[in-house]
Design a protein around this ligand. Sequence first.
Ligand code: C2O
Length: 548
Amino acid sequence: MDTSKTKMLPPLEAAVKKYQFDIQVKNVSRLCHPKPIVTVNGMFPGPTIYVKEGDRVLINVTNHVQYNMSIHWHGLKQFRNGWADGPAYITQCPIKTGNSYTYDFNVTDQRGTLWWHAHILWLRATVYGAIVIMPKNGTSFPFPQPYSETNILLGEWWNTDVEGNVKQANKLGLPPKMSDAHTINGKPGPLFPCSEKYTYAMEVELGKTYLLRIINAALDDELFFAIAGHNMTVVEIDAVYTKPFTTQALLIAPGQTTNVLVKADRTPGRYFMATRAFMDVPISVDNKTATAILQYKGIPNSIMPVMPQLPAPNDTEFALNYSKRLRSLNTPQFPANVPLKVDRHLFFTIGLGKNPCLTCQNGTKLTASLNNITFVMPKTGLLQAHYFNIKGVFTTDFPDRPPTAFNYTGAPLTANLGTSLGTRLSRVAFNTTVELVLQDTNLLTVESHPFHLHGYNFFVVGTGIGNFDPAKDPAKFNLVDPPERNTVGVSTGGWTAIRFRANNPGVWFMHCHLELHTMWGLKMAFVVDNGKSPEESVLPPPSDLPQC
Ligand code: C2O
């Protein structure tokens, strides 16, 4: 046999992975409450997208429901290809009833867990699923190969129609009613009525190690997650490897993903996995615990599972300490390329507000703002307006800092809460290094906010409580191995500094990933200019791009 042949293998071609997403209504029942929900292919949660780093992915979405649809591939960078990013009216017009659109993108330089969700109205309540990016051929995980893996999608369930609740609430200018249960893989677990058969169970074998891909797909709740009797080793967040560390519980904000290794090394039995909301200010929140079961092989279902200890719902200290332990792996193979020199310094304040509302009960409605601007959704896609130079859709005068400086995190400010309205974008030159400090404020109340930036990963170089001090705080930044991610929590009454290099031209949404706050206007977009060459410019739009 000629063994030299084995050395002559052609380089492995990237594959093309194709998916069909049919948006359809399906009747589902939880907590003894049946209702029709919007799904992908009748599944809740929706199908998992499996890809390998380097693959091209084609996902054809056909909309069979009464709502307009648009799907976002949360965390995929979509280099030069915002057309495939998905937030409605930002990078595309929505897909109308009866129409289709093919999201066509490459997955490059990312590996791990991301997810997809509807990015219009509150439809992501039921329209979401996992994205699993396997390391490219010839490479492996920077941790021991797990025996097998499972997706853990955390979500929320409402007994009533979510869009109906939201419409009702907006009429009144108030928040919609909160969810009736949290869910794990679409199921609340046996602590809820009519839920015995709606329990997610994961079977494990003694001595084996498992990879759990945990995704917070909840709309409005940061969540704790723990497994009774078992530690978890965090190895990846938002599809970026981390320095491994072991913890009894983890905190995950809406939009974030966390991969953990779990070793089945306890007395064979049944152990609850549990999730519950974290809320450290007096704002009411769905405080119920969802459960699933880690079940050792051969153990009968009649055995009552053990409950894990979750941090207290208001355990700020746990939250801060947990976040501090997150660090990029930062190896030669997976370096943390933190921008060391900053071209552009941005400082955005996060606030709640009250604006006049003629139809609302008491004449005002709750709003939210960045630098006191409540973002107004356009009627057409911003990326189209940018690419085709359509005037009058947006302005590029989003301010680099708030209109007035004040004691952001002092006593609660309850007067003069009006915000200014506008579709104002921040324009950034190609390849600029940006440092953005997100500062929570006590306008109405302080609160923790998970911020998500589309089109980029960023490095979380610093965080703190109170007001950011530009003279002192930067000296304490971690510029070596800060966590790299696409969604970061800004602590209650605190600040978070992120850095990224604006090397992805296009229009990129940035918003609080609490749907309530996004809806109230806690969002803006960056318009990143093209570079000099065509390789640094936005691709032409696909021919099937939906029209408004
Ligand atoms: Cu996961 Cu713009 O959102």
